[in-house]
Design a protein around this ligand. Structure first.
Ligand code: ADP
Ligand code: MG
Length: 590
């Protein structure tokens, strides 16, 4: 249980500030996390790691030469927001591209994914390798669905060493993928952990019991066992991991015994000794092992075993030196302090100079976002009720939080281009909304904004590209297929109709009206579908006969934007007619 804090809500931020104060020779604070405070050679690949706070040394403790270049640090056990990842990556970038690496959790995938889209769109080449080492979280045939636990360390370490050695982004990515593929972990818990300020632990393991495969945030385990002896525990962990070994496993392995928070080092060492013997008698050679706290879970009582099956190349990078606040290996030549203030530079590079015409288009984007806010506010309750049928009931309030923040951010940015308005709105939306739909809406607005760019006029091709970018962001990040019963079932008909109408020569307002009608009727039709993605999946049967909340909200928003644009055009053309009549009148008089 944590007891040292002023305000529990500020725990993660305050702890990170203090961590930086204690490690200025290694790290500097940026908005959203930390980056190295030492010089990074120009052209070196930047390894940006991250995730929720509460897992120290993961993730900020692993920033330094030979390991990570930066870490995006979310709230306690919560993914960093996309904007945080983006800012950390921008500050970490040294011109060689960015590799994002983090444990495979839905929230992190959405937020890091959104940051990646944005970085790539800005010309900073960015790739992702998610860590999927936890064998308890999915069967081996579904390796890509497994979540990441202490295997973070092997993937980060080898990718970081490869970057330090000057390898290019392709090779650093390839090594990270290979390391992840050859890494397996399994954890056990003896008792739960308590979030700062909370009265009760997130979960409990009954006294005298051990939960096998329990996740680092209390996700359910795969089985409960009476508390074993150390030798029995060692046998269990080793047997399960060896049973799950990668196809082309060799005979040399890294073994990591990781404490999750309150297990004493003496206990970890005791267990490590037993594990090493078992591995050796299974014919394996243990290479440069680790035993200690590497990826923790606040004050959780538990531990995990990780094995990485090495090959020659991986062994070279595992053995390479690294020097970070929490992880040191070998000896590294001292690094000069980084001179520039990275966060400010990242901001400075962003300053745009819109022309008056571009700023006027930006103002129209602000007006459209205000309409989006109004229509969401009008339907908050209805959307919440729909989501409560088979989901968690928060779609109305989640959308409202997101859209309120987005509309406010767009107003604050008024005077800039439509691109800037939409990216600011998208960032605010995903940062404030929480939930899946918020992250997706945020990404989609940013993608549409980046596609529009800072321009003085937009053609119908530009409108088509922006709609396509909006929809693609959602399908790429959310990975829902048509028929899964998500907002994608309204988005695809919307996009396809819009593009077909434009191809057929319809003006943008007309194409939008037809597309919005298609979205609304497709949203209504989702009532027939059974949910296959998102939180409604476990209660699939209940949802039949009711439309998907995300599809419904999209249909409502599309319809409102279309009506608004139509009314604007009507006003504009009345004005135009009036002024040309006036001009004609003037002409007649002249
Ligand atoms: P949460 O599901 O996190 O509670 P919301 O309730 O705000 O978030 O949003 C639920 C909606 O999000 C669903 O109705 C669905 O339309 C959409 N959604 C969920 N998962 C996905 C996905 N993977 N891709 C696209 N849309 C999704
Ligand atoms: Mg919900």
């Amino acid at each position: 249980m944590t007891q040292i804090f002023d305000n529990p809500a500020d725990f993660a931020d305050d702890a990170l500030d203090g961590f930086v104060a204690a490690n200025r020779g290694y790290v500097a604070r940026v908005d959203g996390g930390v980056v190295r405070s030492t010089e990074v050679p120009a052209g070196q690949v930047a390894l940006v790691v991250g995730g929720g706070s509460g897992h120290y040394p993961a993730f900020a403790g692993l920033v330094g030469p030979g390991l990570a270049t930066g870490s995006a640090c979310g709230n306690m056990f919560a993914s960093p927001a996309a904007g945080q990842v983006y800012r950390v990556a921008k500050a970490a970038n040294a011109g060689g591209g960015v590799l994002l690496s983090y444990g495979n959790y839905a929230g992190d995938v959405l937020h890091f994914g959104q940051a990646q889209l944005r970085l790539n769109a800005e010309g900073i080449e960015t790739r992702t390798v998610t860590v999927t080492d936890d064998i308890a979280s999915a069967p081996i045939e579904q390796l890509e669905k497994r979540r990441g636990i202490a295997g973070d360390l092997t993937v980060f370490k080898i990718a970081g060493a490869a970057a330090e050695a000057g390898l290019n982004l392709d090779d650093v990515e390839r090594l990270a993928i290979k390391t992840n593929y050859r890494t397996r972990s399994l954890g056990v818990a003896f008792d739960g952990c308590t979030l700062p300020g909370a009265k009760d632990p997130l979960f409990h393991v009954p006294a005298g019991q051990m939960s096998l495969g329990l996740g680092i945030h209390g996700e359910p385990g795969i089985s409960e066992h009476p508390m074993p002896t150390a030798s029995e525990l060692a046998e269990l962990l080793v047997a399960k991991l060896l049973n799950d070994k990668p196809e082309d496993a060799g005979h040399r392995v890294v073994a990591i015994v990781n404490g999750l928070g309150t297990v004493k080092y003496d206990e970890l060492f005791l267990l490590f000794g037993k594990i090493e013997k078992l591995l050796t008698s299974a014919g394996l050679t243990v290479v440069e092992p680790e035993c200690g706290e590497l990826v923790t879970s606040l004050d959780m009582s538990g531990l995990s075993l990780t094995l990485l099956w090495l090959d020659e190349e991986l062994e070279q990078y595992w053995a390479a030196p690294a020097d970070t606040p929490a992880f040191r290996k070998g000896s590294m030549s001292p690094r000069a302090a980084r001179t520039e203030t990275t966060a400010d530079d990242a901001e400075a590079a962003d300053v745009e100079q819109p022309t008056p015409a571009a700023a006027e288009l930006g103002r129209q984007a602000v007006a459209i976002l205000a309409q989006v806010r109004d229509v969401v506010v009008e339907h908050v309750e209805e959307l919440g009720k729909l989501d409560a049928i088979a989901g968690d009931g928060d779609h109305g309030i989640g959308m409202r939080r997101g859209v309120d923040a987005a509309a406010a951010a767009s107003e604050a940015a008024a005077g800039s281009s439509a691109a800037r308005i939409l990216t600011a709105a998208g960032e605010a939306w995903s940062e404030r909304a929480g939930g899946t739909s918020g992250a997706l809406w945020g990404s989609a607005l940013i993608a549409a904004g980046l596609s529009l760019g800072n321009r003085e006029t937009y053609t119908s091709e530009d409108a088509a590209a922006a709609v396509d970018a909006f929809v693609s962001a959602i399908t790429e990040l959310g990975k829902a297929d048509p028929g899964d019963k998500t907002m994608v079932d309204a988005l695809l008909p919307f996009r396809d109709t819009f593009l077909t109408e434009l191809d057929g020569g319809a003006p943008v307002d007309r194409a939008l009206a037809v597309a919005a009608a298609a979205a609304e009727s497709a949203a209504a039709k989702t009532a027939e579908l059974r949910p296959l993605k998102g939180r409604a999946r476990p209660l699939a049967e209940k949802s039949i006969g009711h439309p998907d909340p995300g599809a419904v909200s999209f249909g409502l928003i599309a319809a409102r934007i279309s009506q608004f644009i139509y009314s604007q055009l009507a006003t504009d053309s009345q004005l135009a007619t009036a002024s040309s009549a006036a001009a004609a009148g003037n002409g007649a008089r002249a």
